[in-house]
Design a protein around this ligand. Structure first.
Ligand code: FAD
Length: 400
């Protein structure tokens, strides 16, 4: 596919890494990236952590300015793609400009799932997806302020930790009976619940907001009947994929652009990667993975597929979260039949192993991220360890 034009719609992790992969694979045609943000593609994970906590926070670019220049990528920043032009192979921007393409990658990510009941609070209500959201939120997290967070998923808990570290009084309201219900297994849910409570976060599980009253402070009336006062409200209740362009182009969408394992849509020239993509698995079920690593992996896959190269072999899925001073990393499958723990979570250092019929299928590390490489290898190999030795702290994992 040399000397043709590839257009990448979106300017986040997946878009940047796809551009990098295309050039690495030797694609020497025209490469255009269109982003509605004014910044070079930047890392989103620090938005809920370092960007709220560091004294002089700085956006971290995925690739530096020299890379974009040296690799001759046409960066169109601060522009919005209006239509993909599936039939004409010409995308149109809202400013009227038209760009032809031969292959197209949709990497438009996602937006925070809206909660209209809270949105009516205007500038005292926050969600977090973009750099501008983080800057606005940082201003609101002043010591002593009462912050109500709706949603105890990964983002909600990261925000609870950061707000507490900023000296705010934090309350988290969650509909489910547990924290991180979608992403974390039970032992980690228990650990995080205790961790947040010890740090002074008030966790209100099995609860939801029924009424909102906007006065000098915000009054939230909960299903339980209790009333809470807050200076600001933040919510993180999931995402809505930015799939409007694909929908209008009559591609298959299901809160995301449906792709196969090559990240290809039902149009052979159009691909999707990252948070906007939904993978149709071999058994027909749909799966979205909202993680930094998945955006990178799908970018690699889409780039290879666009160029007709063999698809990369994907490692077991991995993601991390940082809350307070804890770094938790999750690798592999979290649905095995039993869990074993090594070391002592109470001392903020542990590894939980997930086993299926005695074989390690997944693991979670707590402040032991350096073991992830080895754990990845074990999961790929289907390691069947001696469980007593595995739990014995005196034996280094690498010696097993
Ligand atoms: C606050 C936060 C913290 C996170 N922390 C972690 C973490 O600790 N660990 C982890 O594994 N993952 C984390 N993630 C998830 C990870 O960052 C995302 O999965 C990843 O950024 C997805 O990348 P993407 O390129 O698919 O989408 P995005 O990064 O959302 O990029 C999409 C881009 O496309 C642009 N766009 C959309 N529509 C258009 C259009 N029509 N025209 C032009 N441009 C458009 C958007 O503005 C955006 O710039 C976090 C996410 C957030 C929001």
């Amino acid at each position: 596919m040399s000397k043709k034009t590839i257009a990448i719609v979106g300017g986040g992790q997946a878009a940047a890494m796809a551009a990098a992969a295309l050039r690495q694979h030797g694609f020497d045609g025209e490469l255009h990236l269109f982003s509605d943000e004014p910044h070079l593609p930047y890392e989103r994970p620090p938005l809920s952590k370092a960007m709220l906590l560091d004294d002089t926070p700085q956006l971290q670019s995925v690739l530096n300015a020299d890379w974009w220049r040296d690799n001759n990528v046409h960066l169109h920043l601060g522009v919005t793609v209006q239509t993909l032009g599936r039939q004409t192979h010409q995308l149109v921007l809202t400013n009227g400009e038209i760009y032809p393409w031969d292959r197209l990658l949709i990497a438009t990510g996602a937006a925070a799932r809206p909660l209209p009941l809270l949105d009516k609070l205007g500038d005292r209500c926050f969600t977090l997806r973009h750099a501008g959201d983080a800057a606005r939120l940082r201003d609101a997290l002043q010591p002593g302020r009462a912050i109500a967070i709706v949603g105890a998923g990964t983002i909600g808990l990261e925000l609870a930790a950061s707000a507490t570290q900023r000296g705010c009084k934090v309350c988290v309201i969650e509909l489910a009976s547990t924290v991180m219900g979608r992403n974390a297994p039970a032992p980690i849910q228990r650990y995080l619940t205790a961790r947040h409570q010890q740090a002074g976060v008030r966790l209100m599980l099995n609860n939801a907001i029924e009424q909102v009253c906007d006065g000098e402070s915000i009054t939230l009336t909960l299903q339980s009947g209790e009333q809470l006062q807050a200076d600001s409200v933040i919510y993180g209740i999931g995402i809505i994929a930015n799939d409007r362009l694909a929908h209008e182009a009559e591609l298959e969408v299901a809160n995301g652009v449906v792709v196969d394992n090559a990240c290809q849509t039902r149009d052979a020239d159009i691909f999707a990667a990252g948070d906007v993509a939904v993978l149709r698995r071999a058994d027909g079920t749909l799966q979205r993975c909202e993680s930094w690593e998945n955006a990178n992996n799908q970018a690699q896959t889409a780039a290879a597929a666009m160029l007709g190269l063999p698809l990369p072999v994907l490692p077991p899925p991995w993601f991390w979260t940082d809350q307070f001073n804890d770094n938790l990393q999750f690798i592999g499958d979290m649905h095995g039949d039993s869990w074993l723990v090594r070391s002592n979570p109470d001392a903020h250092k542990a590894i939980w192993f997930n086993l299926q019929e005695g074989v390690i299928v997944g693991a979670v590390t707590l402040n032991q991220g350096r073991e992830i490489r080895l754990l990845r290898k074990w999961i790929q190999q289907g390691k069947t360890p001696d469980t007593t030795t595995l739990q014995g702290e005196s034996v280094a994992l690498k010696s097993l």
